[in-house]
Design a protein around this ligand. Structure first.
Ligand code: ME8
Length: 658
């Protein structure tokens, strides 16, 4: 009786496991994917892994968007059939995801017969219920973006999204009555503040697209054939976005014969998309769902773009950054870390190889890698690899323990906000605190005193335990690294769980560790820069040539880039002990604290600025002002007798200003 009660309780608990459905965009296999696509997929994978770790039944969908005029064109140019063309690119995309350690649950292709069935059935349903009608399309079409534009929407006669030339389109077509749903959509967006994120994108959608009035959307094409045929009107193929967006449903078996997962996973928790396609996901997509009488996804998150120093990546410029090349050169986890750390919430990020190398050398090799090798090496040296059970608590333990116990919840909160860069920042706060603990406790001094053995044992235990917690936290972001740390520390499987890191002290007794290889070998900067990928070098050459023709009085972007500006939080501000004009600031720059002296005492009382986020030049040569060292400069705006310190909102300390 008792046993069956427990069994039923367990079963109920399993059934109640919360689900989490996350999607990436389905990519056009019109060329190989670059580091920008890799970011979206790695981010979605990280979120999925994190939700799984925290007990969710998490499901991740990715795939390819294989129809449309663009694919038909590139296949023709390559002299192969569209199907042969996409099969080839898709196999490389799948290999890329395998290389990048992407744990997707389904890879959908819009050429899958089940997907095509869903599209035909949706099209017919919308036609039967009067939401789709037949007419004639007269307007402009951007093939690279697969977007329709009216004359007035064009920017200087070009596509307003990508700036490329558009083509005149005049053909018989079916139209979707978007306008019918505009009020409902606006109401929905306003009632669901989480639906479009970040907030700035929501305002853009409302003010630039919905409020000016939605036009009916052309949803079929007759000028080419590579698409899902409209089954009741041969000659028409479904417009590629109407074919693509419902992939999120067809993957779950909606109106087709696949396993039925709609009840379990729909509505999606997050659609991860780039900022350029947020319009399709927050206007067309919700309207299609409303017309199908289906609930809307809970969140559409529009992330920024990975840019290069000179701007966008483009195949025609030849500066596309190849993730395979980078992953093979620097390692998959290093690349995952770099893109996740560099792309701050909703904003664009810059890719450059120096930054990637600096992340590897500083955050990965120095901070994390050294922490592991020092901890293990000291355990081996002082205790033959087994930490004694007789231990004695001491100074600094409580502080480390408190941070280690607070970090999982903080990381979880950032992941839930989809702010993966700050989630990593939070883990690295614990990494730095643990490194600082080594300096504070000085194990190499403790070992010299026989009476301090028990204290030394506690220090080694705390270091190892902190690393165990770190290993669990980093696993969703860098799966092999997390696993490797836990393996080196011989952490049993039941101590690699989310529950097991809620309390400090879970590392088991009597574990034998052995010396380990460095987690991340340091990259020799000179050698690697010389071996930078050809594509980046090509861009550098162009930059140098441009720099040679700079007119008098102007500077190049490279000159400007020499000035390092960062967001800093004012932790403390006091009058200078020896100069009325000066204030002495203690600033938090994310990873470090600095003291800066500034001559603005006339304009501000010290307490006015505490807690504010200011902009600081961080690479000025330090100076001593009346006996107090100043390490940087706070930026202000000045006119006449007025001065105002430049402050920043919504960007964490350490954020770059450029
Ligand atoms: O738009 N940085 O496919 P796509 C970050 N098939 N993200 C970038 C980027 C960059 N430099 N360049 C592109 C499509 N992306 C459609 C999607 S979904 C139903 C259909 C992102 O292969 C871009 O923002 O052109 C988009 O989210 C994704 O890559 C796919 O682009």
């Amino acid at each position: 009786m008792e046993a069956s009660f427990i069994f039923l309780k367990e079963r109920k608990k399993m059934e109640e496991k919360k689900t989490f459905y996350i999607t990436t965009p389905i990519y056009y296999p019109s060329s190989d994917l670059h580091i920008g696509h890799t970011y979206t997929t790695v981010a979605a994978d990280t979120i999925k892994r994190f939700k799984k770790l925290t007990g969710y039944d998490a499901y991740m969908l990715t795939g390819t968007d294989e129809h449309g005029q663009k694919i038909q064109k590139v296949a023709e140019e390559a002299g192969v059939t569209p199907q042969a063309y996409v099969d080839d690119v898709v196999s490389r995309i799948k290999k890329l995801w395998q290389l990048m350690d992407i744990d997707y649950d389904q890879f959908i292709r819009t050429t899958d017969p089940d997907h095509e069935k869903t599209i035909q059935r949706i099209f017919r349903k919308l036609y039967d219920q009067g939401d789709i009608y037949k007419g004639k399309y007269e307007g402009w079409y951007c093939t690279p973006c697969e977007s329709f534009w009216t004359e007035t929407q064009l920017a200087d006669g070009k596509c307003p999204d990508c700036g490329r030339p558009v083509e005149k389109a005049s053909e018989e077509a079916y139209f979707f009555k978007m306008s019918k749903y505009a009020d409902r959509l606006l109401e929905y967006i306003e009632a669901h503040p989480d639906f479009i994120q970040p907030e700035s994108r929501k305002n853009e959608m409302i003010n630039n697209f919905i409020k000016p009035g939605l036009q009916d959307l052309c949803v079929s094409r007759t000028s080419f054939t590579w698409g899902v045929p409209v089954d009741f009107d041969p000659g028409h193929v479904v417009y590629v976005w109407i074919d693509a967006l419902p992939n999120y449903l067809s993957a779950l078996g909606y109106l087709n014969d696949k396993p039925q997962l709609m009840d379990k996973y729909w509505p999606a928790n997050v659609h991860m998309v780039g900022k350029d396609i947020i319009r399709f996901h927050t206007i067309y997509w919700p309207i299609i769902l409303m017309a199908l009488d289906l609930p809307l996804p809970k969140r559409v998150y529009g992330h920024g773009w990975i840019l290069l120093k000179g701007g966008k990546m483009s195949k025609s410029v030849g500066n596309v950054v190849d993730p395979v090349e980078l992953a093979e050169k620097y390692g998959v986890d290093a690349l995952r870390y770099h893109v996740l750390r560099e792309m701050t919430y909703g904003a664009d990020g810059i890719y450059n190889e120096d930054l990637l190398i600096s992340h590897i050398n500083s955050d990965l090799a120095n901070d994390l890698g050294n922490l592991l090798s020092r901890t293990v090496a000291m355990t081996v040296k002082y205790f033959d690899g087994v930490i004694p059970t007789e231990r004695e608590a001491g100074d600094f333990d409580a502080d480390l323990k408190q941070l280690a116990e607070a970090t999982p919840a903080e990381v979880e909160a950032y992941v839930d906000k989809l702010d993966l860069s700050r989630a990593l920042e939070s883990i690295w706060k614990l990494v730095s605190r643990t490194n600082k603990y080594i300096d504070e406790t000085e194990p190499w001094v403790l070992i010299k005193d026989e009476g301090k053995k028990a204290r030394l044992a506690q220090v080694m235990y705390n270091l190892t335990e902190s690393l165990r917690i770190i290993s669990v936290l980093v696993t969703p972001f860098m799966p092999s690294t997390g696993r490797q740390i836990a393996d080196e520390l011989k952490v049993p499987q039941d101590k690699r769980t989310w529950e097991s890191i809620q309390h400090f002290g879970g590392y088991p007794e009597g574990v034998q560790v052995e010396r380990c290889e460095p987690l991340f070998p340091r990259i020799e900067v000179k050698k690697e820069t010389a071996a930078a990928p050809a594509k980046e070098k090509k861009q550098d050459k162009g930059d140098k040539k441009q720099a040679a023709d700079v007119p008098e009085g102007l500077i190049t972007i490279d000159d400007f880039a020499k000035v390092k500006l960062k967001v800093a939080e004012v932790v403390d501000c006091k009058p200078h002990p020896d100069a009325d004009r000066l204030l002495v600031f203690k600033l938090n720059l994310g990873k470090e604290e600095r003291q800066v002296v500034s001559g603005i005492a006339k304009y501000y009382a010290p307490e006015d600025l505490i807690g504010k986020k200011v902009v600081v030049c961080t690479n000025l040569k330090p100076v001593t002002l009346r006996g107090v060292e100043s390490n940087g400069m706070i930026l202000s705006a000045i006119k006449g007798k007025k001065l105002s310190v430049i402050t920043v909102e919504g960007i964490p300390a350490g954020g770059e200003v450029r």
